[in-house]
Design a protein around this ligand. Structure first.
Ligand code: C2E
Ligand code: MG
Ligand code: MG
Ligand code: MG
Length: 270
């Protein structure tokens, strides 16, 4: 199934495809090459304080710009990187680059910006993860409270010893922790009582229907209620229309993220 040339070059590593051992090796080779030759880039998506123009946080989103001039979205290659173990090297690069960028902004902007980084559950289950975070912060000279790590439970057994220890250590380092994709079933309510969770990101699948569907609205209201009673700040993902933004603001959701505010953009646009 491998196809190296042409405009459809990305199709052969679609995650849903059952890759043979040979395919898997080629994918791994292309990903490793991508990392070494600088084909990865970080985009940044603003997270806005509802009802204001403030952008206190931006989320980093990884992009792969191939030599064939395609841009490949992370859903296409992160699962492959997780399967072949390259997620650790890629994740370390993301952490370093995001912290470096955040350090620049910290020193040059009048209103500093907190940078939020997605971590794979496999990174969180790695005993070296928090050392990587610490090194990235030190190299960038960035205060730990200017970094958020977004976690989801996807792939992970809830009681993985290393994962629990890593989240505790992030807490004690002063790095903020966000629960991503909240409500999808991958993100545990139990995390809210076990760890200090700084923010909950309500999955965009819940936001999509809030204008027309009263049940979807009630569900989002209930999730926001959980956040309020636990003093966790609420972020709505995938906000695309002003009607959605108005409803979310009225429900008390403090932060909005989505195409309505901005698409993910290159760092210069921040
Ligand atoms: P996520 O962390 O939940 O990120 C939000 C995704 O929603 C992003 O997709 C973003 O571009 C998209 N999005 C933002 N606003 C809207 C909107 O208004 N409407 C719609 N339909 N979509 C919106 P993206 O960039 O393709 O990333 C997909 C997923 O890949 C992320 O979901 C995250 O789980 C993962 N990912 C991205 N970067 C990294 C990374 O550096 N490391 C790891 N481990 N995972 C990453
Ligand atoms: Mg995220
Ligand atoms: Mg999310
Ligand atoms: Mg998501």
């Amino acid at each position: 199934a491998a196809k190296e040339s042409g405009g459809h070059g990305a199709r052969w590593f679609a995650p849903e495809m059952k890759a043979s051992a040979v395919d898997q090796m080629m994918i791994e080779g292309r990903l490793r090459h991508a990392l070494e030759s600088g084909e990865f880039a970080l985009f940044y998506q603003p997270i806005q304080r509802a009802g204001s123009a403030d952008i206190p946080v931006v989320e980093t989103l990884l992009r792969w710009n191939t030599a064939q001039k395609e841009t490949i979205a992370p859903d296409r290659f992160i699962p492959v990187a997780e399967k072949c173990g390259l997620i650790h090297d890629i994740g370390r690069w993301v952490l370093r680059e995001a912290c470096r960028q955040a350090g620049d902004w910290f020193r040059t902007r009048r209103n500093p910006i907190v940078v939020s980084v997605n971590a794979s559950p496999l990174q969180l289950a790695d005993p070296g993860f928090c050392d990587d975070v610490e090194h990235a912060l030190e190299a960038a000279n960035l205060p730990p409270n200017h970094l958020v790590i977004e976690i989801t439970e996807r792939l992970i057994v809830e009681d993985d010893f290393v994962t629990v220890a890593n989240i505790r250590r992030l807490n004690s380092m002063g790095v903020r922790v966000a629960l991503d994709d909240f409500g999808t079933g991958y993100s545990s309510l139990r995390y809210l009582t076990r760890f200090q969770i700084y923010s909950i990101k309500i999955d965009k699948s819940f936001i999509r229907n809030i204008v027309t569907d009263a049940k979807a609205r009630a569900l989002v209201q209930a999730i926001i209620g959980i956040g309020k009673s636990l003093n966790v700040s609420m972020v709505a993902e995938g906000v695309e229309t002003q009607e959605q933004a108005d409803i979310l603001k009225n429900l008390g959701c403090a932060f909005l993220q989505g195409y309505l505010i901005s698409r993910p953009v290159a760092p210069a646009a921040i």
